[in-house]
Design a protein around this ligand. Structure first.
Ligand SMILES: Nc1ncnc2c1ncn2[C@@H]1O[C@H](COP(=O)(O)OP(=O)(O)O)[C@@H](O)[C@H]1O
Ligand SMILES: [Mg+2]
Length: 165
């Protein structure tokens, strides 16, 4: 699925649509350059999962944990020491009862579970440094997400103003 978001609000709404089909044990991997909206999307997912405190970028700590309808664990593994910490921690440990959101997932690809939702954000057009338009590509990896693909597409289709790329 390839969507176009023209505002941070729309990107949050896309996060909410993802949250509407999310379940305990899910991992959402958020990739894209700095400033493309990974944290904004994570905020949309967390808010829709019932997290009412502000979700801030976990830049100086590997992980922040929030209470929502499900526990939400938000990791940012941009820093190389975080990659090693994530490997040492073992992501499986975090998966039983909650939803795990990982920014900069490529760095820890080797420790990511086989089942995951991958969300890649980029500027659109690619060289528009201060434009508000983003391309958001969503890929369901593994049978668990594939089974929910139709529900996810329906939730995304229902979003006002969000269009395919
Ligand atoms: N369509 C959009 N989607 C997401 N963020 C957007 C959009 N347009 C502008 N922005 C702005 O871009 C910035 C994205 O920041 P952030 O989510 O922290 O990026 P990242 O986590 O990828 O480094 C925010 O300041 C946000 O308001
Ligand atoms: Mg971020």
């Amino acid at each position: 699925m390839e969507l176009r978001s023209t505002s941070a609000t729309q990107t949050r709404a896309i996060g909410a649509a993802i949250a509407s089909v999310a379940d305990a044990g899910d991992v959402v991997v958020l990739t894209g350059d700095l400033g493309t909206g990974k944290t904004v999307l994570a905020q949309g997912i967390a808010a829709a999962l019932g997290v009412d405190e502000p979700v801030v970028s976990p830049t100086f700590t590997l992980m922040r944990e929030y209470d929502g309808r499900l526990p939400v664990r938000h990791l940012d593994v941009y820093r190389l020491d975080h990659v090693q910490e994530a490997i040492d921690l073992g992501l499986e440990e975090l998966l039983d009862d909650g939803v795990v959101l990982v920014e900069w997932g490529e760095g820890v690809r080797e420790v990511l579970p086989a089942e995951r939702l991958e969300v890649a954000l980029s500027l659109l057009p690619p060289d528009a440094a201060d434009d508000d338009t983003r391309r958001i590509e969503i890929a369901a990896v593994g049978a668990g997400w594939a089974a929910r693909r139709d529900a996810l597409v329906a939730a995304l289709d229902a979003l006002a103003g969000v269009r395919p790329c």
